[in-house]
Design a protein around this ligand. Structure first.
Ligand code: ACO
Ligand code: HSE
Length: 400
């Protein structure tokens, strides 16, 4: 029986950009029961700062990042589906990455800035080995948003014989110059923090300011203009109060160098500061650098004859979800993917979702997104692993 959480050593891994990681471990969590007859495995791939904890395992457990989407009676119903999620290669929630030791059991040997460049394809190779180790030979569905969507797409192209269906949410076929530019400015914020030290900072003295600033900038690409208009407008923070300090504890009560009171006036500024500080409390800066670089290097057509060649390899049914307010990976980028798949004669469904929360809408309304995906999975033609459930939801279909 597959445990509900664990860590598996998947061996040394040769990397796409050269070099090798001598020893790779992946942390994972599972829900439901793997049924080798029905092949009911759903692999969920997380986004940039996510982890393997998609949902609580019992009422006492902490909620996960897609809590509303996964569980008994929820859109990804764990009475029917066996759900698996692993922390990505390069991540800082239990898998091998910049924050983990070079030599197992020796925390002083942290990879830090020496961690090699990895790609989304490397992540998927490592994950395939995890599936092998757990005895899962076929995926009924691989689904993910953003970095997770890049992985879902890579899965369908790299391992076409092992994927029945792939749902690519808010992710492009290749990172655009704009997306790379935003990531580069974020990384520069980290690199210019004196605490960065080439990535070899002590774990208790990370480049906090740089990482917080990176997150603040990232938030402006993740969320929606209309959402912020409605939520914050031009509202100001009441004079003399510091809502960030009240929420963020010690770190925020430290003086903010270079932030005079005048520049802490609007609620949106307060929100951004808080989001920056919130990430600093739970994420590692070198990991942020490694994973954003992997996103920049994402190009599903690399070495495969471009997007056309990649599309031709796919055997899975593919669902593509675009978010109308996505500034980071706009609708036009998924249109390219959908066109390439259709021209290659593949079974592809494309929905453009009019959601106000920007790129992160797939996280904000996890239940709504998962419902769309699972209804598509159950449409005629799908390899159903059990009874059909759920009612149709209205979505606008995108036309390439
Ligand atoms: C161990 C782990 O946590 S693992 C990883 C979990 N995270 C992930 O998987 C990453 C993906 N998730 C995300 O990116 C986010 O959680 C999202 C997109 C789903 C939601 O973002 P959130 O920050 O939770 O929501 P939202 O944008 O509404 O912000 C709410 C927070 O801002 C605070 N806030 C709202 N307005 C203001 C303001 N004007 N000034 C300061 N703070 C504000 C709220 O108090 C709230 O704080 P809280 O998170 O401490 O409760
Ligand atoms: N908000 C996401 C990244 C973009 O989807 C995360 O923090 O993982």
């Amino acid at each position: 029986m597959i445990p509900c959480r664990g860590r598996v050593e998947v061996g040394p891994l040769r990397l796409e950009r050269g070099g090798e990681l001598p020893q790779v471990e992946l942390a994972f969590e599972t829900w439901g029961r793997w049924d080798p007859q029905r092949k009911n495995a759903v692999l969920i791939c997380h986004a940039l700062t996510g982890d393997a904890h998609v949902a609580a395992h019992d009422p006492q457990d902490r909620p996960g990042w897609w809590e509303a989407a996964v569980g008994p009676g929820k859109p990804i119903d764990t009475r029917r589906w066996f759900v698996l999620c692993s922390n990505v290669l390069g991540g800082c929630y239990g898998s091998t990455g910049p924050a983990s030791p070079v030599t197992s059991g020796d925390p002083s040997s942290r990879w830090g800035g020496r961690f090699p460049t990895i790609t989304v394809r490397d992540m998927v190779h490592a994950q395939r080995r995890l599936l092998d180790a757990l005895g899962i030979d076929r995926l009924a569905l691989v689904v993910g948003g953003s970095l997770g969507g890049m992985q879902a797409l890579e899965w369908a192209v790299t391992y076409p014989d092992r994927v029945e269906a792939a749902a690519v949410l808010a992710a492009p076929p290749a990172a655009s110059p704009h997306a790379i530019a935003w990531n580069e400015v974020q990384r520069q914020a980290i690199f210019t923090d004196p605490a960065w030290q080439g990535g070899d900072y002590p774990p208790d003295r990370p480049p906090r300011r740089g990482l917080a600033l990176a997150r603040m900038l990232a938030m402006t690409t993740y969320r929606g203009r209309d959402e912020w208009e409605a939520r914050f407008g031009r509202d100001e923070v009441p004079p003399g109060t510091d809502p960030v300090a009240a929420r963020a504890g010690d770190y925020a009560t430290a003086p903010r160098p270079g932030v005079p009171a005048e520049f802490f006036r609007f609620q949106i500024e307060s929100y951004l500061h808080y989001q920056g500080e919130k990430l600093v409390r739970r994420f590692d800066a070198a990991t942020y650098v490694t994973l954003t670089r992997a996103m920049d290097l994402h190009d599903v057509g690399r070495g495969r004859g471009g997007l056309k060649g990649a599309a031709e390899r796919v055997r899975a049914r593919v669902y593509v979800l675009s978010i109308s307010s996505d500034l980071l990976y706009p609708v036009e980028e998924q249109r390219r993917l959908v066109r390439a798949l259709r021209r290659a004669g593949k079974d592809v469904t494309w929905h453009v979702w009019r959601a106000p929360w920007g790129h992160d809408s797939f996280l904000v309304d996890g239940a709504g997104v998962a419902r769309r995906v699972m209804e598509w999975l159950d449409e005629p033609g799908a390899a159903a692993a059990g009874p059909r459930e759920g009612a149709a939801v209205a979505v606008g279909e995108g036309r390439p």
